[in-house]
Design a protein around this ligand. Structure first.
Ligand code: SF4
Ligand code: SF4
Length: 74
């Protein structure tokens, strides 16, 4: 039981560090979010924009500026 409790706590901590914003397939690659992000967390990788979870500070600016509602909060 103790190990189960520790496992659950570990999973909760893991959830807390998971990226909360994601760019979906609705992205039309306008670049607005990259320009808006104050942390430089958004960049093009290959032919899609991605959010670097390590840099993202959860400000929500990218969601606000996206013209195609292509950024979702998980
Ligand atoms: S939520 Fe803010 S910090 Fe995170 S990717 Fe979007 S604009 Fe950047
Ligand atoms: S603002 Fe929206 S449509 Fe434009 S590049 Fe970012 S995610 Fe894609």
């Amino acid at each position: 039981m103790l190990s189960y409790a520790l496992l659950r706590r570990g999973n909760q901590e893991e959830r807390n560090t998971i990226m909360t914003y994601k760019i979906t397939n609705d992205c039309i690659q306008c670049g607005a979010c990259e320009a808006e992000c104050p942390e430089g967390a958004i960049s093009m990788v290959g032919d899609t924009y991605v959010i670097d979870a390590a840099k993202c500070q959860d400000c929500g600016s990218c969601m606000d500026v996206c013209p195609n509602d292509a950024i979702t909060k998980l």
